[in-house]
Design a protein around this ligand. Structure first.
Ligand SMILES: [Zn+2]
Length: 371
């Protein structure tokens, strides 16, 4: 086996049992090739990324791997084990209520003064120095005298691994969802390499998620360097892939997404083997055009719009049933939108409060092409 297995400790339970995560690593042949970090299942119910990792590792075992590859499945043991009845919760830290994927650290480095102190360095040395700065910042945060929350400890421990890589891929799923991915605006030409039809193009704003934690500090530095006249490109790539619905393992579908990741890694020279991206139509949407639709009324929901298919203006998004209003014109409410969109995901439960985030839809889509 090419992969070496170890384990990463991310916390401790009240009983003293350690929370550890299996960690897999392949040392690449070429120290100059990009280094990769892939993690899955930071949200407890979003298990499909583990299946994709399984298929990916099976393929990588047979390939000519040039760059270091570090893979962390089952990245949030506390979240994954947080079950209630038949379902996995695991989206929010049960102690603090904070979303597990909003806990990553915003380093808030003053890039102007940092660059001023390091502008004599060539690109390679500059990248190494900035990387060391980010890793040290994580370390300092974890070891501060006031301590950190359980969720912060997990996130910043993962972030420290991510900062060591040039390519970071965080595997998630939606609740009930079609496949989509988050891609930073500067890297939109990479999106069509993955086997994913819908891409959200995101700006240089830190919202606490892993992908942003990985690329924002580099994008900020790059923008500053470009502004002061130095030619430099963001050296780190980071993506969040949303691999369909939660609470689902599909090994055949996982093969499709493992192929997409390999097509990207092949393009980047992480593997010497040639892997062509899948032939399929792909669409982009700016984050500002990704709309949340909140339930205008409470009730029981019949989700009608098909995920990943265009819904034309005036077509039924969902029906809301109100037995308490039987015999009135409010017993059944048809929900429609007055613009065309592509529904990407919907709420997992069929009974909702008023104001529940019912659907997320892409509007103003544009086609993406492989270059
Ligand atoms: Zn998620």
């Amino acid at each position: 086996m090419k992969f070496k297995q170890s384990s990463l400790t991310v916390g401790e339970l009240a009983t003293g049992h350690g929370l550890s995560v299996p960690l897999f690593h392949i040392a690449g042949k070429d120290s100059q090739a990009p280094k990769v970090f892939i993690q899955a299942n930071v949200h407890g119910a979003e298990v499909q990324g583990n299946a994709v990792i399984f298929q990916l590792m099976k393929r990588l075992e047979q390939m000519d791997v040039q760059g270091d590859v570090t893979i962390l499945p089952l990245a949030n043991p506390l979240g994954i084990n947080q079950k209630s009845g038949e379902f996995t919760l695991g989206r929010f830290d049960p102690i603090t209520g904070v979303n597990w994927n909003r806990e990553y650290l915003d380093h808030q480095i003053d890039v102007a003064s940092w660059y001023q102190r390091h502008c004599e360095l060539d690109d390679k040395a500059l990248i190494a120095a900035y990387r060391a700065e980010l890793i040290a910042s994580c370390d300092a945060h974890l070891n501060q005298q006031w301590g950190v929350t359980t969720g912060k400890r997990l996130a910043v421990t993962l972030q420290q691994l991510a900062h060591q890589a040039d390519i970071v891929i965080d595997l998630h799923t939606g609740p009930k969802s079609c496949k989509h991915m988050y891609c930073p605006e500067y890297d939109v030409s990479s999106a069509p390499l993955f086997s994913i039809a819908y891409t959200l193009v995101i700006p240089n704003e830190f919202g606490g998620a892993m992908d942003e934690a990985a690329f924002c500090p580099w994008w900020q530095l790059t923008e500053h360097m470009n502004a002061v006249g130095r030619d430099f490109q963001v050296p780190v790539a980071a993506f969040t892939l949303e691999l369909g619905s939660q609470e689902l393992i599909d090994l055949e579908d996982a093969l499709t997404d493992a192929h997409g990741i390999l097509a990207y890694l092949s393009h980047r020279g992480v593997v010497a083997d040639k892997v062509e991206p899948a032939q399929m139509p792909r669409y982009g949407c700016y984050l500002k055009d990704y709309k949340k639709y909140h339930a205008p009324t409470a009730g029981l929901v019949e989700y009608k719009a098909r995920l990943g298919h265009i819904l034309y203006s005036g077509e039924t998004l969902a029906n809301v049933l109100r037995l308490d209003r039987f015999g009135t014109n409010e017993e059944l409410t048809e929900l429609v939108l007055n613009q065309d969109c592509v529904p990407i995901l919907h709420f997992a439960s069929a009974s909702v409060y008023q104001g529940t985030e019912l659907y997320k839809v892409m509007t103003n889509l544009f086609e993406l092409y492989t270059s």
